[in-house]
Design a binder for this molecule. Structure first.
Ligand SMILES: NC(=O)c1ccc[n+]([C@@H]2O[C@H](COP(=O)([O-])OP(=O)(O)OC[C@H]3O[C@@H](n4cnc5c(N)ncnc54)[C@H](OP(=O)(O)O)[C@@H]3O)[C@@H](O)[C@H]2O)c1
Length: 265
């Protein structure tokens, strides 16, 4: 039997890197994505030379499309996709698409990547989407076109939106794969939290451990569409804004327009 294959975006730092390390130790075939080739090679050296690395800036949807092609070419079967890469603060918050960087990286890129990789994710596979305790009602206009927002507004809306599409794809693919969203734990001491809040934060292992648990849980299919809050340690309801049926439909329409119909670039 071949080892399960897991692909982690944003595997070059923080929770993603630690989760990659743990999954390598468990014998998984691990591939990681990052946006800096040198950092990726350093991570590969630290993890294992068997770990494959993929470089793409997720704020550029053309790069996301190419990434999906590369990964699908290399793996005929991807058991676990962990959409972990995320951004809170940045010096430039307007993406090349003229949308907010947080929507682009945290919501739209993982949606596009998932759609493109679905053909190689088996029915008993899983997609784990990084959400957050910070979730807020999505401003549809801001999802389509950049408008100045506070970092936390943009971040919280982008995290509500990924939780929403996670639930929608779970309903659409009721026979699998499983789609689960997860708040890995609040204020874990990663680069994002140290730079974003100026605090040391809690042990990053808390977040990596829950990703590993979800990546390996044999019962995950029964939780497809669910949201796991690692602050509480349980599957629970996300913010009420996520459960708004009409808003979810609207977001799916917009995501499909942006990722499927929009001209490249
Ligand atoms: N830490 C927390 O308390 C917390 C709480 C709730 C949710 N989360 C979520 O957990 C996930 C992991 O975050 P973290 O705390 O581990 O943060 P982190 O240490 O800053 O790691 C973020 C990862 O995403 C990558 N990334 C960021 N922007 C990118 C882009 N434009 N293109 C490609 N890759 C990009 C980073 O690449 P580089 O290595 O090149 O920077 C890094 O690998 C995120 O989705 C975050 O929102 C974290």
């Amino acid at each position: 039997m071949t080892e399960p294959v897991v692909f982690i975006t944003g595997g070059t730092d923080g929770i993603g890197f630690q989760a990659a390390r743990m999954l390598v130790d468990l014998g998984y075939t691990v591939a990681i994505h990052g946006r800096d080739q040198q950092k990726l090679l350093n991570c590969q050296r630290a993890l294992s030379d068997k770990v494959r690395v993929y470089c793409a800036d997720l704020s550029d949807l053309e790069a996301v499309r190419s990434l999906a092609v590369e990964v699908a070419d290399d793996f005929t079967k991807l058991d676990v996709l962990i959409n972990n890469a995320g951004v809170l603060k940045a010096s430039k918050t307007r993406a090349v698409s003229d949308r907010d960087l947080r929507f682009e990286v945290n919501t739209i890129a993982p949606y596009l990547l998932t759609q493109r990789l679905l053909p190689v994710i088996p029915k008993d596979g899983r997609v784990i989407n990084l959400s957050s305790a910070a979730q807020a009602k999505v401003d549809f206009d801001a999802l389509i076109k950049f408008r100045p927002m506070s970092d936390m507004d943009a971040y919280s809306q982008s995290k509500a939106a990924i939780t929403m599409w996670s639930q929608e794809l779970a309903a659409k693919y009721s026979e699998g794969p499983a789609f689960v969203s997860v708040n890995p734990g609040s204020l874990l001491g990663t680069k994002m939290v140290k730079e974003g809040f100026g605090i040391q934060g809690k042990d990053v292992t808390i977040g990596a451990e829950i990703l590993v648990r979800l990546a390996t849980d044999p019962e995950i299919q029964s939780h497809s569409g669910d949201y796991f809050c690692n602050d509480q340690g349980i599957y629970t309801a996300p913010d009420p804004c996520v459960s708004d049926h009409q808003a979810r439909q609207k977001i799916m329409t917009l995501l499909d327009q942006i990722t499927l119909n929009a001209p490249p670039g």
